[in-house]
Design a binder for this molecule. Structure first.
Ligand SMILES: [Zn+2]
Ligand SMILES: [Zn+2]
Length: 246
């Protein structure tokens, strides 16, 4: 199974990275709709598209407004945006206010409550994270394949969500800060390197890929990968258009 990172930073794009957007092209699944969303059309290969939002902060939803161009030249029969009720309301009332974006999007909206069945016998589950305004993480399971996406949260070595991601083949987890900015991480509801690697180890995941790194630092390694690898060796930095098998 293939997943592509279309946007691997948070807050704002920089020269290397767009904001949060991950796609499973064969399944027509998109996780978060940050500015990396403009690339979805290039990978789109399904007749249906399901977009799951972790929360409604702009770096995760702004790309919804690109949907007309994303769908251009494709015959997609249904697009559904899934999120918690309060987040859907915020998107529709504010981002899609007539004064900000004057036409209704070509999609339907669905409140995220319980499990969501996916094609080919898959299932998506969500679980709460610690972040201002609330966010959810996702776990996607197919027979023999599993993926978790955890972004916009403070990672802690004993975080509640470890139980929800236990044993996944691939964990895509945010890592906004290096360890020296621990205080800022806690203050802003984001993660820093050491506890993210500890979470991966505690959850016994197969592989850890880091995303949502601070866009202020558009250098190769803003979070000191060797610190993470000392705790959890199977760790890599995500980058835009990175393709991963799980
Ligand atoms: Zn974010
Ligand atoms: Zn956020």
């Amino acid at each position: 199974m293939r997943v592509v990172l279309l946007g691997s930073t948070g807050y704002h794009p920089n020269e290397l990275r767009h904001t949060a957007c991950i796609m499973l092209p064969q399944h027509g699944i998109v996780l978060d709709a940050g500015t990396g969303m403009f690339r979805v059309g290039e990978y789109l290969a399904s007749r249906e598209l399901d977009i799951f939002l972790t929360h409604a902060h702009l770096d995760h939803v702004f790309g919804l407004s690109f949907l007309f161009d994303v769908l251009h030249g494709h015959s997609v029969e249904r697009v559904t945006v899934h999120a918690e009720a309060a987040k859907l309301r915020a998107v529709r009332e504010h981002l899609l206010s007539e004064l900000l974006f004057p036409v209704p999007l070509p999609c339907q909206y669905r409140e995220l409550t319980g499990e969501v069945p996916l094609c080919e016998g898959g299932v998506l589950r969500h679980f709460p994270l610690k972040h201002p305004g609330g966010a959810v993480g996702f776990r996607l399971d197919w027979p023999g394949h599993s993926l978790a996406y955890v972004t916009d949260t403070t990672a802690e070595p004993n975080a509640d969500y470890i139980a929800a991601i236990r044993g996944v083949d691939l964990l895509i987890h945010e890592c906004y800060f290096a360890d020296e900015h621990q205080e800022q991480a806690v203050l802003t509801g984001h993660s820093h390197t050491t506890p993210v690697a500890q979470v991966a180890r505690a959850a016994a995941v197969g592989r850890l890929v880091l995303v949502h790194m601070n866009p202020l630092h558009d250098v190769g390694d803003p979070i000191r990968l060797e610190v993470a690898r000392a705790i959890f060796p199977a760790t890599d930095l995500g980058y835009d258009r990175m393709e991963l098998e799980f």
